[in-house]
Design a protein around this ligand. Structure first.
Ligand SMILES: [Zn+2]
Length: 324
């Protein structure tokens, strides 16, 4: 073997070892989150629900991000597995109203995204955009059939498609709306929500639900229940969905980006949190992570769905298929 090759191989091995060492050192910052002793008790049984026949949901895959090693996306994740978080809208078909939980990337996402700096455009790059409104139109679902949109929060990757549904009511908590209005790029892009015509304030006036102090039962049948899940943003909301098949789901927005984060429980990696300001209130979001973690342990039948987990979302029915 020529010495320059040996030298090259030696340098490569050294680089790999250094990277592995660096990876191990960074991962050491990502121990699982401690479970506080004062977490609210979710109770022993799942609340009664009377889901109507025909209630179902369907995932609309609207785009995907460039991705990163899993160890950056979730503390304790693998450095060898690459993750590509996706941006989705979840269509809920209820006999009283069809609505979207999150809107995903919309028809105007390129113009909206242009408000970002060059660096942010690299960091938050997306591809394969298929706006929900286009996918729905192809199946003869006009935008007017979507009566409401419930964004888990108003970050750009959840609110981009709001202008594509100008007649829909947008349900939002006062805290989230004022956070977004005071917010700025890259997290919040005013062009996405500045033109909303029909805001509806989420008041969470329906009492405790599975350890959450307050809730909002959207149709009064217990099938669609919204709960405050602040931390990632000032007024993020989560959605419990109970289908007539008995299947139960909990859509948790961006509390974590992956299911692994809720299972461990773990925050986004320490390394990533040094690079970008992700959460409005880190402590409050970490408390939400362990609260969901505890709920999953108590009720293993509950299917928990973080907004960007591409591996989990790929296993759920995609439009025009529905889960009933
Ligand atoms: Zn997001």
């Amino acid at each position: 073997m020529h010495s320059w090759i040996k030298g090259g191989l030696g340098a490569a091995a050294l680089t790999l070892l250094t990277l592995a060492g660096l990876g191990a050192a960074l991962s050491a910052m990502d121990a699982p989150l401690p479970i506080p002793t004062d977490l609210p008790n979710p109770g022993a049984v799942l609340p009664v629900a009377h889901p109507p026949q025909g209630l179902g949901f369907s995932v609309l895959h609207t785009g995907e991000s460039r991705g990163a090693p899993e160890a950056l996306i979730v503390g304790g994740g693998s450095w060898w597995r690459y993750r590509r978080p996706v941006q989705v809208a979840v269509l809920v078909r209820h006999p009283r109203a069809n609505f979207l939980f999150d809107a995903g990337l919309g028809r105007q996402v390129d113009q909206q995204f242009a408000a970002n700096t060059f660096m942010d455009r690299q960091f938050f790059a997306y591809r394969h955009v298929r706006p929900a409104a286009d996918q729905l139109a192809k199946a003869n679902w006009g935008a007017e059939r979507i009566r409401m949109i419930v964004p888990s929060h108003l970050h750009w990757d959840h609110a981009s498609a709001l202008p594509d549904f100008p007649d829909a009511q947008v349900w939002i908590s006062p805290a989230e709306r004022s956070h977004a209005e005071q917010g700025q790029a890259p997290a919040f892009l005013r062009s996405q929500f500045g033109g909303v015509r029909h805001w509806r304030t989420l008041s969470f006036s329906h009492g405790p639900y599975l350890g959450f102090e307050r809730s909002q039962d959207v149709f009064g049948d217990g099938a669609v229940v919204l709960v405050p899940l602040a931390g990632h943003t000032a007024g993020q909301v989560g959605m419990f969905l109970t289908l007539s098949s008995g299947r139960r789901y909990f859509f948790t927005g961006d509390t974590t980006w992956t299911l692994e984060g809720l299972q461990k429980p773990a925050d986004r990696s320490w390394a990533l949190r040094q690079m970008v300001h992700v959460d409005h209130d880190v402590r409050l979001n970490q408390r939400a992570i362990v609260q969901v973690h505890q709920l999953m342990q108590r009720f293993p039948q509950l299917i928990v769905v973080p907004a960007h987990d591409e591996r989990l979302l790929a296993r759920l029915p995609h439009f025009p298929q529905f889960q009933e």
